[in-house]
Every structure is written in C-alpha cells, then in structure tokens.
Design a protein around this ligand. Sequence first.
Ligand SMILES: *[C@@H]1O[C@H](CO)[C@@H](O)[C@H](O)[C@H]1NC(C)=O
Ligand SMILES: *[C@@H]1O[C@H](CO)[C@@H](O)[C@H](O)[C@H]1NC(C)=O
Ligand SMILES: *[C@@H]1O[C@H](CO)[C@@H](O)[C@H](O)[C@H]1NC(C)=O
Length: 314
Amino acid sequence: MISLSLLLLPIFSPCFFPFFTASQRPTSFYIIQITSFANSTWTRYRGSGWLDDLQIHGWNSDTGTAIFLKPWSKGNFSDAEITDLVELFRVYDFSFIREILLSSPKSQILDPFEIQGIAGCELHSGGAILSFLRGALGGQDFVSFRNSSCVPAPEGGSRAQLVCTLLRPYGDIFQIVEKLLYETCPRYLLGVLEAGKADLQRQVKPKAWLSSGSSPGPGRLLLVCHVSGFYPKPMWVMWMRGEQEQQDTQRGDFLPNADGTWYLQATLDVAAGEAAGLACRVKHSSLGGQDLILYWGEKGLGPRWEIRGDGSQE
Ligand SMILES: *[C@@H]1O[C@H](CO)[C@@H](O)[C@H](O)[C@H]1NC(C)=O
Ligand SMILES: *[C@@H]1O[C@H](CO)[C@@H](O)[C@H](O)[C@H]1NC(C)=O
Ligand SMILES: *[C@@H]1O[C@H](CO)[C@@H](O)[C@H](O)[C@H]1NC(C)=O
C-alpha cells in the first residue's frame, strides 16, 4: 500500500498548494458601470459584465443593447428573461444619467466627473452566495447598498449622505435592485458557471522563453523569463539557481492575451558573470506537476529559445 503521507507531500508543498486548492473556476459575477460627465451635454456610459476577471458582456450605450461575448453568456436564462433584463438596464442607463444631470448643482456639472458602480454576487465555500453593490465617485468609495438601504461611505463625506437621503423615497427602485442582487444574480451565477463550464475549466499549457532586457547598469544583465498563453490564471514563476529560489525575482502584472489566455514575465537583475547556471522555473495546473525549466544560455542558442508546455522546443 502506498503511504498516504507520500501521496499528500507534493500537494501540500508550498509551490503546489495554490494549484490544487484554489478554485479553478470563477466564483463571482458582477456588472461594472462607469459614467463619465464631461459637461452638461456630454456624458458617456460604459457597462460590462464579468466572471471574476473574464469579461462576458459588453454594453452598446448608443443603442442600449447588450453584447454577449461568449456563446454561453446568457447562462441558462431564457431569451425572454434576458430581453427583460436588457430593457431594465436600458432604462437605468438613460434615467440614471438624466437623474444625475438634473440633480447636480451647476458647479458639479462644470467639473468633469466620473461615477463607477459595481454590483454582483459571489459564491463562497459551502455554497453561500453573497451579493454586493458599491458606488464610487472620482475613484473613491461613495455609497453601498446593504440590508435594503443606501449606506454612505465615510470617504464620501456629506455628499454621500446627501445622495442616500435623496434616494430614500425611491423604495420601488430598491425593491428591484434587491431582487436583482439577491434572487436574479445567484440564479444567473450558478447557471452561467454551468453553461460555460467547458470553457471556464479548460487547461491551456504555457509557452515560455527567455530574453535579456535592457541592461540595468554596467556589467549587469536583466534576465527576462516570458510565460504566455496559459489558462487558468494562477501561475508560479521564479528564477532559480539549482533548487534555490532567487528572491530578487520581480514578477510583472498578469496581462491578458486576445484569446483569453494570460501572459506573465519574471525578471532578475544579475551581475553578468553570474547568469550562467540560472534557470526560470514555471509551475501551472495544466502541466500536471511537470514544471517547465529553462536554463539561461543553454543549447548554444543564446538566451532566446522557447519551450512549450508539452515539452517540445521551438
Ligand atoms: C462637452 O464635452 C465634450 C467632450 O469633452 C466636448 O467635445 C464638447 O465640446 C463639450 N461641450 C460643451 C458645451 O462644453
Ligand atoms: C436589516 O434591516 C432589518 C429591517 O429594517 C433590521 O431588523 C435588521 O436588524 C437589519 N440588519 C442589519 C444587519 O443591519
Ligand atoms: C438556472 O440554474 C440555476 C442553478 O442551477 C437554477 O436555480 C435556475 O432555476 C435555472 N433556471 C433559470 C431560468 O434560472
């Protein structure tokens, strides 16, 4: 019999931990709305729908229509229910802008300003789904919606308190918002996660290659390890000397590729004489525990060669 502790060892080693325990699929759906007011006649409304960091809906503000970016973006909702929701957002789009314009003191309209809203729901472990709605003004928390009422954010000061006071008579709007947040959103979230399952739970292996960046100074080299085309997003990349992680490794931001996969780079600033023997190590859930390891300057090809997730080289 194989010892259980041996089996668990790789799973609980720190490097593997995120890939086997972190949820591989998104857990939240939310709508982002950004309204920019340049002056009393020019406003722009932008809306979008997201599953975690994956955009699945767009909004055409000129026509007041939704754009479904994935074949499964409607989840399990019927066309009739989708049409009703789109109609609701269309009314909201126009009336929201009108209300703001009408209720803003002239001085505010002269200053360009931007309102951002985020609303949605999130699946937690154990199956509970929590809903949220927050609004920001000029990039600062402004108001949120909790327990059926408008709650001013401390950062919003007296203006946020005023907005909540102004909204208090609109009880029927709160009821619609409440239904959307606590009934529609959870039902939609579960349905869309199921509808998009094959796409959302796919595993795409990274490609990795090395290059040198612009020299950080005399006698120094910037080693760059590029990792691209992977999905899902959790990814571990580190410059190594043997088994020794190089703690000075700088990881860039995750950048999206057009096909929905991700790109990440890791750089290391070293003395030119110390580059030999360094390697870039990549761990990803798609690799099934077979890390990619690229050695600096190996194969006589200089720093530029590439290895695919399936082990083949280019
Ligand atoms: C309002 O802002 C837009 C966009 O910046 C600009 O093109 C337009 O001329 C402005 N209109 C007025 C009346 O200031
Ligand atoms: C939510 O609102 C209800 C009714 O107004 C109230 O009884 C309850 O205490 C509130 N809960 C919280 C957490 O504020
Ligand atoms: C969609 O799926 C969810 C979760 O399984 C379910 O509760 C709901 O009834 C389904 N249908 C619609 C139209 O929401």
